[in-house]
Design a protein around this ligand. Sequence first.
Ligand SMILES: NC(=O)CC[C@H](N)C(=O)O
Length: 384
Amino acid sequence: MTSGNPGNQAVLVLENGERYLGTSFGAQGETLGEAVFCTAMTGYQETLTDPSYHRQIVVATAPQIGNTGWNKEDGESREGSDDSGKIWVRGYAVRNPTRRVSSWRASSSLEDELVEQGIVGIAGIDTRTVVRTLRDHGSMRAGIFSGDALAGPDELLSRVVGAPQMAGANLAGEVSTTDGYVVEPDGEPRFTVAAIDLGIKTNTPRMLAQRGIRVHVLPAGTTFDAITDLKPDGVFLSNGPGDPATADQVVDFTREVLGADIPLLGICFGNQILGRALGRNTFKMKFGHRGINIPVIEHATGAVSITAQNHGFALEGEAGEEFATDFGTARVSHICANDGVVEGVELVSGRAFSVQYHPEAAAGPHDAAYLFDKFTTLLQGARA
Ligand SMILES: NC(=O)CC[C@H](N)C(=O)O
């Protein structure tokens, strides 16, 4: 298994007019999205299949990508060709794709999978310079063009600036399950949780099920009345793509959950939703947090977790800040050690909590896995 077509030209065009000439990687054609960078050294399969990356062109800071090929186990999206997960990124920009796959788990190469799923990518560009641009000027719209889509510079730039912005994008409905499904624990279920799929990663229901939870994964747009029929012990709000400021329906839903005193856990988009339900606003970050070694401080204890993250928006707030809500006092529970951005909120009662990072750690460190245990303890306590 080798990466093919190294001779074919491709160009990455940024909204600010910068152009990076490289070779086509994966499918050929045109793709448009928001260019963001991810600093993970491993876990590209999980990154590419994370539905939160919908409409984004990911630039990998790790220079060598593709070493372990593509396998049937690590996909984070349920759909896709065979079981290895649908690729949700809009495009992929890398420095140096590996020429030979080296893993006993690989069923194909990364490039073959990109071709198979029609994902346009680019290789051989100076990704360090692209990342510096995105860091200095912020995430911005971009396009990758190759094959028949290659055209004059002005034409390509006008294609890029004609694409929609990420701010204001309402995307959860585009990635969510339409029918819903159930993930069962191995033994007898101890609890039932209604999980709202705003772009859920496969490992999240898996980690809940490992704790004896029957997980009903439900479409975005599910109403509070619809979940009460399930008599859930708790509600989970998933990660997902797009601008949380557009997610009014699920914010209203969450306020009903909080009003009914049902235990609630949120991850990433789910953290932004809980924050909004508690009366906070979100904002678009300059270039976001995307990687698997981002340090987060728990305000109450000072404990630091190294976390997996992928977000471009955040909640407004300060470390440890307490604020009044319609559901009792809430507080900012976690912040990012790098830049002070809010990384978690909770009701002081303990009934609802959420984090901006990814305890399911796919890929990533397991420092935050205890949060699923904390949720299970909350479900148990709510029954007593
Ligand atoms: N991974 C996520 O859930 C991302 C949430 C949101 N789309 C953001 O970019 O901030």
